[in-house]
Design a protein around this ligand. Sequence first.
Ligand SMILES: NC(=O)c1ccc[n+]([C@@H]2O[C@H](COP(=O)([O-])OP(=O)(O)OC[C@H]3O[C@@H](n4cnc5c(N)ncnc54)[C@H](OP(=O)(O)O)[C@@H]3O)[C@@H](O)[C@H]2O)c1
Length: 320
Amino acid sequence: MTSMTSMTSADSSFPETTATGAPRPGGPGLLAGRTVSRIGYGAMQLERLHGDRGAAVELLRRAVELGIDHIDTAQFYGDGLVNGLIREAIRPRDGVRVVSKVGAAPNPGGPIPLRPAQRPEQLRASVEDNLASLAVEQIPLVNLRRLDTGPGLRAEGDQVVDIDDQLAVMTALRDEGKIGAIGLSSVTLDGLRRALPAGIACVQNAYSLVTRTDEDMLALCRSEGIAWVPYFPLGSSFPTMPKVTDEPAVRAAAQSLGRTPAQVGLAWLLHHAPNVLLIPGTANPEHLRANVAAGTIVLDDATLAALDAVPTRSADVALG
Ligand SMILES: NC(=O)c1ccc[n+]([C@@H]2O[C@H](COP(=O)([O-])OP(=O)(O)OC[C@H]3O[C@@H](n4cnc5c(N)ncnc54)[C@H](OP(=O)(O)O)[C@@H]3O)[C@@H](O)[C@H]2O)c1
């Protein structure tokens, strides 16, 4: 398997264990100049546990015990619910990088529970909301969620904002110390190229074994030392998105390896490029354990070739 240790690092020691002493699932990776486990956790699915706070907090504690020290969140996940759960479950001594995003606001009851919030003043307000709900003085990395590509929302009217105007407020927030680094999400290759001078630490686009239209962007990120943190790494919980676990080549590999199709899909991502960091989402403790265990899977050349040959589909689908 390729390793992040070939990449340049501000944190050259690449600790093999997390702050809590757990081995790193998937090995060590780099995010905004710091070492994190390559298998992290996307917290969006915790919205589904809104009726059982105890189960959600327990799942987050279990993630830390399993060696996860990179959690993806947003103020707009459950209108502060998910950030509140993270605040309750995660302690400073856990050494977890809690990464957030701005560019949308809650839209309860909508087909997609989000609406655009792209204006510079909305981006600043959202960072402030994240700081308050997470009860921290700095968020180590904040993704600017553009609406240029990928599934779901598109900007209209005054929500169509030039990326340079958005980067101006993001860099000001970084200068003020409110955010540690800037990432981009749902961005095009041109948009990323324009943003590079601002210093981009991470890109989050929809990407998985079955939706790989962004290979050029992944390659640019790799050459620039930018982490590639795909969202919907399994194809999401939305029924309209192609599912990694439905793919016959994935199912065949899973059967011959004695693993699950989801684990094979995650293992393929880890093998595909060294700058890939994973944030699969789950509300199920058994799936969390399985996703972490995917870091131990070694795919041989024949299996990798079979998975690489899976035809790609666009991730730009309606979610509602
Ligand atoms: N930047 C952005 O704009 C953006 C957009 C969307 C999401 N995100 C982030 O990306 C993260 C990942 O995306 P996602 O959660 O939407 O989609 P995902 O990780 O592709 O898939 C989640 C779905 O897969 C299921 N699942 C997870 N592990 C499984 C396993 N081992 N076996 C079988 N099924 C499994 C989950 O159900 P169970 O709960 O039953 O396991 C859930 O239905 C989110 O949590 C969020 O933090 C970012």
